[in-house]
Design a protein around this ligand. Structure first.
Ligand code: ADP
Length: 366
């Protein structure tokens, strides 16, 4: 009987529970044993009760729950070989040689490194007599499958990450609430939204709420943006608008890579245009709450395919990441997806913004 484990790692995202539920139930439906690793890589390194056999009923009700019920953590030990040695020992002791990781690019990088090192980790454990040769027999390869869980939608290779649409809904709801009070008092609001180095949440929320102006990391504003923004907002006010909403991505920067601070934007609107302006940093409400229908659907389809990917893998198959492209669930090489994602960040750091946008939009197989 194959034993398949699932874990959530890195920043939590709505829909992660749906992925866990789908993996557990698909694994059981395919005649395998399912295990949940609690508290991310921390649990993998600690072992014992943190790696729990999970039954069909254990994940009942998971679909509609926000956050991740099996916990997540940042784990320094897993970045070190000794931590991965302990992790390998813990898995082998339970007979597990397939791991489905739902997390961001950091978690998936760690997972692929673990797979690459797996044979040498087992050899070292046998040599140190921490495992017997019999225990490792038949477990010479570790199957890793990635699911991208992130509210930021910051991973190349997929059109949407698990969690990003729930977060987008939350931002739209919040901006709608802010717009009501802005309308009543004819105020301006500068709203900072999450996304780390990626402007997807800011861009899509600006489109979805009809914001007046927007700042995202990938497209820094022109040098004279202060004048440009004031002109646009003055125009909108002249047209009869009683509200002003400016969305600032948390990673937004100018052409010199200096952070665009919501407070500076507020001062500008207050001092140059005389608008009563407030800053709202939405913060962690963007991460929590019920997953939207799209994230429930995405995590379920992808979790189920992750189990199929484990069962179909050969030692030669590169670790896949389960993606969605043009509404189809597809598998892409995990390493390539992570490398392209990191390349976008490097390109922005070199101030090659157009190139970064092209990379982010590029057909994955190119
Ligand atoms: P995310 O998965 O959301 O990008 P992090 O980058 O914080 O979040 O990664 C989550 C965890 O994954 C880390 O705390 C660490 O345990 C593991 N990890 C990240 N990068 C690596 C790496 N290069 N090698 C080994 N483990 C890593």
């Amino acid at each position: 009987k194959r034993k398949i484990a699932v874990m959530t790692s890195g920043g939590d995202a709505p829909g992660m529970n749906g992925a866990v539920r789908a993996v557990v139930r698909m694994a059981i439906a395919k005649g395998c044993d399912a295990f949940c690793i609690h508290e991310g890589y921390d649990g993998l390194v600690k072992g014992g009760d943190m790696i729990k056999k999970t039954e069909w009923d254990d994940v009942r009700g998971y679909l509609a729950e926000g956050g991740t019920l099996i916990g997540t953590a940042r784990c320094a030990a897993f970045r070190e070989r000794w931590g991965r040695l302990k992790a390998a020992k813990n898995l082998i002791e339970k007979g597990i040689d397939a791991l489905i990781v739902c997390g961001g690019d950091g978690s998936l990088t760690g997972a692929d490194l673990f797979r690459k090192e797996w044979p040498s980790l087992l050899a070292e454990l046998v040599e140190k007599k921490e495992l017997t040769a019999e225990q490792t027999e038949g477990h010479g390869n570790l199957n890793i499958v990635g699911l991208v869980g992130s509210i930021d939608n910051d991973m190349c290779s997929t059109d949407a990450t698990i969690g990003c649409y729930s977060s987008l809904h939350r931002i739209c709801d919040s901006v709608d609430c802010i717009a009501d009070t802005a309308q009543s008092h004819q105020r301006a609001f500068v709203v900072e939204v999450m996304g780390r180095h990626c402007g997807w949440l800011a861009l899509m929320s600006a489109i979805s709420t009809g914001a007046d102006f927007l700042f995202i990391p990938e497209v820094p504003p022109a040098r004279d943006w202060k004048k440009g923004m004031c002109n646009i907002i003055t125009e909108h006010r002249k047209m009869g608008k009683r509200t002003t909403i400016v969305i600032v991505a948390e990673g937004a920067q100018d052409l010199d890579l200096k952070k665009i601070s919501p407070e500076d934007v507020r001062k500008l609107l207050a001092e140059e245009l005389g608008l009563d302006t407030r800053v709202t940093t939405l913060g962690h409400v963007q991460r929590g709450g019920q997953p939207c229908a799209y994230d429930r659907m995405l995590s379920t389809l992808q979790g189920a395919d992750a189990v199929n990917a484990v069962l179909e893998a050969t030692p030669e198959t590169p670790s896949p990441v389960i993606s969605i492209i043009e509404n189809k669930i597809v598998r892409n090489p995990l390493v390539q997806a992570v490398q392209l994602t990191q390349q976008v960040a490097d390109t922005i750091a070199r101030k090659e913004f157009d190139k970064a946008l092209h990379l982010r939009d590029s057909e994955f197989a190119e």
